[in-house]
Ligand binder design. Structure first.
Ligand code: PLP
Length: 302
């Protein structure tokens, strides 16, 4: 049974809520054939969306940049996402919204002829680093492989161009690492499959300034750093600088703030999560119940 491979969840397509296993994209959709799509992922933690408007802002900007403005309004979108979460019956949820270029009549090659398609779904929350592995942290490979440059594809548009990242993951697995970080055109640190990178030294926090998806969790870390009075800088980071840092961590909607304790077989600091990482991690999860940072799913149910 195909249904057996699906996790618990719910979806929305073509104007209605459906079972996850019923959500299908036609083979001629540009989203499938050309990765011509954009998406965003917000999470729900204990029944509350975290920074929903920031995710929707980024999604709307991505659809505008791709010249296929979002076909559902902000209010409609919130109701759809909340409806998926509600129907999934889950409390800790990974909620994805997608807009594809859609299908052009008679398979016309001109993307302007297509009618965009909007899809959303809710599945159980997933972690890049599981909470029980927090003390161990992530063991990463910094690959020589380059992330797709931002003048080819604007890295601020959240996209499915992941062949560089997935190839890098296999490189990392072959060498017994947990995951990978790719570099940019100058061989500086860029990002990994689904996460941004931060390092901590005596001057505070550092994160790559460009050529990366501007993650909402990255943004949140910068907001928390301001609140906590930790200085930060967005700039280029070499592999040597990363390896010599006191602390390194990854940020993602899929897991929050996750320590990186080993890079290319060298321990970061003492090889355990650092003090700043722990403080940021704690305040990140504390904000999940704060009304300025999170909203109850039930607020958007019809
Ligand atoms: N970089 C890439 C390539 C991503 O796909 C993601 C998330 O999926 C991130 C960074 C982290 O972004 P966010 O914090 O918004 O989840």
């Amino acid at each position: 049974m195909e249904e057996d491979i699906f996790p618990k969840g719910a979806a929305w397509m073509n104007g209605e809520f459906i079972q996850l296993s019923e959500a299908h994209i036609p083979i001629l959709d540009w989203g499938f054939l050309r990765s011509d799509a954009t998406y965003d992922v917000v999470h729900v933690w204990k029944g509350r969306f975290f920074r929903l408007d920031k995710h929707i802002d980024r999604f709307f900007e991505s659809t505008e940049k791709l010249r296929m403005p979002c076909i559902v309004s902000r209010d409609e979108l919130k109701k759809i996402l909340a409806g998926c979460v509600h129907r999934s019956g889950l409390d800790d949820v990974y909620v994805e919204m997608i807009q594809t270029r859609g299908m052009s009549p008679k398979f016309d090659r001109d993307p302007r002829k297509s009618k965009p398609r909007f899809i959303a779904f809710a599945v159980p929350f997933g972690w890049i680093l599981k909470p029980e592995d927090f003390e161990k942290g992530l063991d990463v490979l910094v690959s020589a492989r380059r992330r797709i440059p931002t003048n080819s594809i604007d890295s601020r548009i959240k996209n499915y161009h992941w062949l560089d990242l997935v190839s890098g993951m296999y490189e990392a697995y072959d060498l017994d690492h947990d995951t990978v970080i790719l570099v940019d055109e100058e061989n500086n640190i860029s990002e990994g499959p689904g996460f941004n990178i931060f390092c901590v030294d005596k001057d505070g926090l550092h994160s790559p300034s460009q050529g990366v998806l501007e993650g909402i969790t990255r943004h949140t870390v910068l907001d928390l750093a301001k609140e906590l009075g930790v200085p930060f800088q967005l700039s280029s980071i070499s592999l040597e600088k990363l390896q010599d840092s006191n602390e390194v961590f990854a940020t993602s909607t899929a897991g929050g703030i996750m320590p990186i304790t080993r890079i290319n077989d060298k321990l970061v600091g003492k090889g355990v999560p650092g003090k700043i990482t722990r403080i940021l991690h704690q305040s990140y999860w504390d904000k999940h119940t704060h009304p300025d940072w999170s909203q109850s799913v039930s607020d958007f149910l019809e």
